[in-house]
Design a protein around this ligand. Sequence first.
Ligand code: ADP
Length: 744
Amino acid sequence: MPNPLIIFKENIVLKINKEFERFTGYSKDEIIGKSKSEIRNIFKIYNTENIINGQSIYLFIKNDQPREVVISYDINEENEQIYYIKEKRNSRIEDSLPYIENFVQENIGIAIYNAKDGTILKANQALLDFINLPTIKIENIIGHKMYDHPNFSFETIYKKIINDQKPYILKEINTKHHEDKYWDITFIPIFIKRKIKFLLQLVSDITEKVMSRKIIEKQNQELELIIENISEEIIIFDQEGEFLKMNKSARENALFDINNTKNVCGALNCFKGYEIDGTLIPYENRPINRIRRGEKIENYRIIRKNEKTTQYREVSGGPLYNSDGKLIAGILVSKDISDRIKYEENIYTKAQYDIITKIIENFDFGFARLSYPDFKYIDINNKAYELYKKINPNIGSQSSMIGQCISNYNKTNIIKLNEKLIKCFKNNKSYIYVNRHIVDDEELFQKYIVQPLYGLNNEIIEIIVIGIDVTKDEKAINILEKTLQTQDEIYSNVSHELKTPLNVIFSANQIMNMYLTNDLYDREKFLTYNNNIKQNCYRLIKLINNIVDLSKNSSGSFNANFINGNIIETIENIVQSVSEYIKSKGLRITYDANVEEKIMAYDPNHIERIMLNLMSNAIKFSNAGKEIFVNVIDNENTVEICVEDQGIGIAKKHLDSLFKRFYRVNKSLSRNTEGSGIGLSLVKSLVDLHGGTIKVESTSGKGSIFKVTLPAKIIENQVQHKIEMRNEENRIEIINIEFSDIYN
Ligand code: ADP
């Protein structure tokens, strides 16, 4: 079959053959008569100047399909130029890239270049959009070389591909004329027989993808920024519990020891977790482990604690699943709520405190609130301040105590106090103690009840101290103790003294009984025994009286009944009433006074006790023939009563102890010096009741002198009493009793 041919004469198409028509799709009418340059335009032969014989070029047939052809020509004798056109075998794009047509329909920009010179062989509208020539028709660009794109030099890329023999990819190209558009551009060299024959350019508009990615990126960035800067601590961890992400707050929190471990639980290991009520949270129930098991946690309050720090935290979080429903990570959001807890605690404390305040308002005791554990006054009420001021008059103002440590006011050792408190509180007890203070020679007792106020997690947050003046109660207890002690002393010291007269009475009684049962009666003997019985009865009465008085004295119920009277007369009467008795003992008695009358307040019965006691001692310890002196001296403000004897005297070493209870100089002395050791101590108590003093001077073997000095006071607005004398019977009775331990 002949080749297509086209014949020019003088550069005008003269003739084409049928094969030319069939090959190009153009009819004779469209071609014949056209000039050479018109023919170049029709077939889009822009890049070849003069066609050399045998040259292969691309020409575009009627439907704009490129055809690679080899052109040879001849000039005949009529000077006509005959161009023979022969299509190269297997050169059609649609044969090499059979699928390309499909792409061309798509929304992807496509261009196919002639690898030799970069001529556009094929292109679609999408490509024109990309190169910003949307109004230009494809038929107007094919056959031309690719334009240099504003964003890249096509020339450079073309050379690079030819040189490297590799595809070339441009990603996310953003052109100036399409600022809001993004493109991916790929140049693919197409090899035919190991040589690059075509360059395939694919341009895809990825604006939507990039935009949505950019939006997501931007959102993510914003989200990350929010997460990063949020005050809550956020940790994302994987199934193994390893950190995937932490925000700034989490990283900065000392709770997470991120330097040593990547594991969240490991990082938290230096802390223990507690429920808000103080119970330890076991490892497997730590929030992170619960989340890893798929649990959701909402506003769970816990305490994280080590030796240095205690943090109250509120924790929320939950598992994160992938699209297959597999747990892939966990998120934990937590925040430090120590301040909030403190605030709530304050309200809680205030509520407790309000109740207490209401209660204490109605009571009359001291009340103070102390901070814990530094024991500083938060609050102190007036009563407490008064109590303090009593024991420490130099204390500052009530308000100046606020904020000061209690150790500034009393010498409390706070550490020891705290130890004691904790011990008590552990046993659910208040710490109670009584302090004794001496102020102006007076004993003061203050009782303190120390009670903690607990916070929400059962920790001591404040201490309340209640102070009560218990001086009266304590004194009463002391008296009771003293009384009991006295009773003990009485039993151990006096039981013998009680038995002695009883034995005498009992044996006298038995002897008399014996006489009577044998019908024997001896009047003289009976009188003697009867006297013995009587004497020892008196002795018992004296002893019992003394014991009773001693007990009264110990319990503080030993009272005096003061009346204004003439003490000189009282003493003279007493002396007179015993003078006969003294004489009967072979002793002499001398009474003297420097005045006849001295009116003052005294208890006549007590004075009688004092005088009889001193005189009975003087008699007891004097031998017959000696003299006893009773002297009363009015010294205006005082009255001095002296009882002096010439008896056995008392050794110096005993003088200081003589007035102590149960003190006796020598218990093994002779019979007539038997005694209980109560007399002088009672005398001293009676003198004390009068506000007076008693002294003793003595020389062993020479005698003793007891000096009682009484203040001469008068009870105002009281009529002067005439002190009644006892009747004879009474007087004898008293003397018999008081002198009952004097033996013949
Ligand atoms: P008692 O009942 O033993 O006499 P007192 O308290 O009256 O108890 O006396 C205590 C002791 O003091 C006596 O046991 C005695 O040793 C000594 N004493 C008291 N008065 C005299 C005195 N006038 N002369 C010598 N010794 C005395």
